[in-house]
Design a protein around this ligand. Structure first.
Ligand SMILES: Cc1ncc(COP(=O)(O)O)c(C=O)c1O
Length: 340
């Protein structure tokens, strides 16, 4: 809908859900991975400019885990290089930077209604933008290509774009509207609980909670992330830490289990007829793509350090947060005994 397609490059973080990258591949564009800042889990703005080439059309930051990315700096880079800015805010309902909602900084912001999200209504999503023509086109796209908005005046009820039926149902909307009423209050609770839990675990050696950028006025906390440093836990592997914490009654996970910048789905796209037609051979060599798109900080998060607590836990009481902190501390104190 933004005119991005074959031959174009899109700058993106590898620390995200596959859908972010699938959206790039679906239009025939090429993902270009920029490593993360492990302190914030977000795309590292210091590393973006080095990845801009004459093919770059879009920067696609993801406000991952419901924590805002450094969107003001990223927007300045996009503006400087005359690039489109598309925000994946799928996990970041109501998150704010300088009191402005994430998803509203770029040309378009994308949100998800999928079941794990804060506005969970089954499946589906929303796109926001200040660009009327773009939004009219998005509306047409999800409704079989029928004219919408200004296009109706120009062409009547004709099909104006090659599109699809991606319409959601009214039943889902009813559920969504009911949930909307509590979204703000839940977001406030999650912010309070996350700040408290962070204060309770930050001094446990080997536990490094998320950092928010200074201009973040509200996060969404789709997840509560921290980094696990095994050196401070007698060398105990992260998987052992997760098992021990789970045994204490604290649900937790390692988060994204693989690195999206090196998985076979990319090779599959590169081998497709369309990609073969749209790109020079050297850009489609999977091995050299992986070599060029290395993201060691992301590797470390995915393979060794990241630990996630789920959003629902942050709706618990303050004393629930104390329980979580005590369990982490207990595992730390007993690491020597737990380690295999
Ligand atoms: C960061 C991110 N981007 C995109 C998506 C895709 O959203 P949907 O499942 O609504 O297509 C999700 C989650 O599902 C997500 O977590």
């Amino acid at each position: 809908m933004l005119g991005v397609g074959g031959g174009d490059e899109v700058i993106v973080t590898p620390y995200t859900f596959i859908a972010t990258i699938s959206a790039i591949l679906e239009v025939g564009a090429m993902p270009v991975f920029v490593d993360v800042d492990p302190a914030t889990f977000q795309i590292d703005p210091d590393k973006i400019e080095a990845k801009i080439t004459p093919r770059t059309r879009v920067i696609l930051p993801v406000h991952i885990l419901g924590l805002p990315s450094d969107i003001v700096r990223i927007k300045a880079i996009a503006d400087k290089h005359k690039l489109l800015l598309v925000e994946d805010a799928c996990q970041a309902w109501l998150a704010e930077v300088n009191h402005q909602k994430v998803g509203t900084f770029g040309n378009a912001g994308c949100f998800s209604f999928q079941n794990s999200k804060h506005l969970a209504i089954g499946e589906g999503g929303a796109i926001v933008s200040n660009d009327e023509d773009f939004i009219d086109k998005c509306f047409s796209y999800h409704n079989c290509g029928r004219a919408y908005g200004k296009m109706v005046d120009q062409v009547g009820g004709q099909y104006v774009i090659a599109a699809n039926n991606l319409r959601m149902t009214e039943y889902q909307a009813a559920i969504g509207l009911a949930q909307l009423k509590r979204l703000d209050a839940h977001t406030t609770i999650r912010n309070e609980r996350a700040a408290y839990l962070k204060s309770q675990i930050k001094d446990i050696p080997g536990i490094v909670p998320y950092k928010l950028y200074d201009n973040v006025t509200r996060a969404s906390f789709h997840l509560f992330p921290f980094r696990y440093k095994k050196e401070e836990f007698q060398g105990m592997q992260r998987s052992e830490f997760l098992n021990a914490l789970s045994a204490e009654g604290i649900p937790c996970s390692a988060g994204y289990g693989g690195t999206l910048n090196s998985m076979p789905y990319l090779d599959d796209a590169f081998k497709s007829k369309n990609y073969q037609k749209m790109y020079p051979k050297e850009m489609l060599d999977f091995k050299s793509f992986v070599a060029k798109n290395q993201c060691p900080q992301n590797d470390k998060l995915c393979n060794e350090e990241a630990v996630w607590l789920s959003q629902s836990m942050l709706l618990g009481s303050k004393s629930d947060m104390d329980d979580i902190a005590m369990a982490i501390d207990k595992v730390h104190k007993n690491a020597g005994k737990i380690k295999k």
